[in-house]
Design a binder for this molecule. Structure first.
Ligand code: SF4
Length: 375
């Protein structure tokens, strides 16, 4: 009898056939594998540096208490591809999971407890959120940061200073230049944040779309950290207010500036130095299928085959690493959503395997230091 609802005891003959297929067909070398259901749905994607051992282990668990046994019990097919190394298998596994979204894989868990990101949400009246991973992949991401709680406090402060909303995303917004929406709405203040002037109040048509977007632009530039534009604009506005003897406004702008300066230091302290993950990473491959991965800010930007002795050729390795100085995309801290998972994957890999990191060559020819997680 089934002990778990919806889970049928697997057919022993089918299991035996699958096991024999694995036993006879696989080698103990790095690879990725897929568990496929009867209807062709890919149920699970995994990787291993010893594919045969890993796959055979699925057949040793007790059904239905063991997760691996349950998984292989649902599979009608197991397919696999060999990879040159465990690192290559890890990257291929990630891209397969993102493409196939198997229901038995849990995304976003890898190293997510160590890092957090700030997300500027898409759509009307964006807000700043602290997130652990890319979620639905929409919006603009900044980071990674270390110390989610303190990051949350700094993000709240930034939203307060700039008057950005922090309410739920399903809340409807109506700018004051959207008259037809406004007429249909109650102009009662949305919440206490509007009352105490910590939100411009886009929920009650208390600001224009342009006014809100200007504040969002300041947030973007502030988080990007590539120039002092937003701070300079506030400084200019403060001086203009002072010249015009609008002292209350000048004082308010001065307070905002001081808080933003403080926040800049807070974000700098919390930011993980992702630049430390910029190097040429040589990886010996199975059967001499060596590769050099060019990693910039925690993402692989290029992959070079190295079967001709490249890995032992220090001058060529240094020359490859030096090309990373000129790689595009070095300015700013916004991270494309589709790269967040890769960044988490690489930081996890090099944090857990300092010996791998020690082989890498930085653009200046030095070796990277072990990864530090500090807040
Ligand atoms: S005032 Fe309105 S938009 Fe602002 S945080 Fe409150 S509910 Fe959200």
């Amino acid at each position: 009898m089934n002990r778990r609802k919806g889970l049928d005891r697997p057919d022993p003959q089918r299991l035996a056939a699958l096991k024999e297929q694995v036993r006879a067909g696989t080698e103990n070398r790095p690879g990725v594998y897929r568990m496929v259901a009867e209807d062709g749905e890919v149920l699970y994607v995994g990787k291993s540096k010893a594919l045969r051992t890993r796959l055979l282990s699925y057949f040793r668990g007790t059904w239905p208490t063991d997760k691996g046994a349950r998984l292989v019990g649902l599979a009608h097919e197991i397919s696999w591809d060999y990879q040159p190394s465990e690192f290559a298998a890890l990257r291929t596994e990630l891209s397969l999971i993102k493409r196939l979204r198997p229901r038995s894989n849990v995304m976003g868990k890898r190293d997510a407890r160590h890092y957090a990101f700030l997300r500027l949400t898409p759509g009307t009246a964006p807000r700043i959120q602290v997130v652990r991973g890319p979620g639905d992949g929409r919006g603009t991401f900044y980071g990674p940061f270390v110390g989610a709680q303190r990051l949350g406090e700094a993000a709240r402060e930034l939203a307060d200073v700039l008057g950005l909303r922090d309410c739920t995303l399903d809340r409807r917004m109506a700018y004051d230049d959207q008259a037809e929406l406004f007429e249909a709405r109650d102009r009662t203040p949305g919440c206490i944040r509007y009352e105490i002037r910590r939100c411009l109040g886009p929920c009650i048509a208390a600001c224009s779309a342009r006014a809100y977007e200007e504040r969002v632009a300041v947030a973007r530039a502030f988080l990007d950290g590539v120039d002092d534009g937003p701070m300079d604009a506030l400084r200019t506005a403060m001086l203009e207010a002072s010249d015009a003897m609008a002292f209350e406004r000048a004082a308010s702008l001065r307070d905002k500036l001081a808080r933003l300066e403080g926040l800049r230091a807070s974000f700098a302290r919390l930011r993980f130095a992702v630049e430390t993950l910029t190097f040429a990473y040589p990886v010996p491959g199975h059967g001499g299928d060596d590769r050099v991965y060019l990693v910039r800010r925690g993402r692989v930007v290029d992959e070079v085959r190295g079967g001709d002795g490249l890995l032992d050729d220090e001058p060529r390795m240094r020359a490859l690493a030096a090309t990373l100085d000129d790689a595009p995309g070095s300015a700013g801290r916004a991270i494309p959503a589709h790269e967040v998972d890769e960044l988490l994957l690489l930081s996890s890999w090099f944090r857990q395997q300092p010996a791998e990191l020690a082989r890498a060559v930085r653009p200046d020819g030095t070796r990277p230091e072990p990864l530090q997680l500090t807040a």
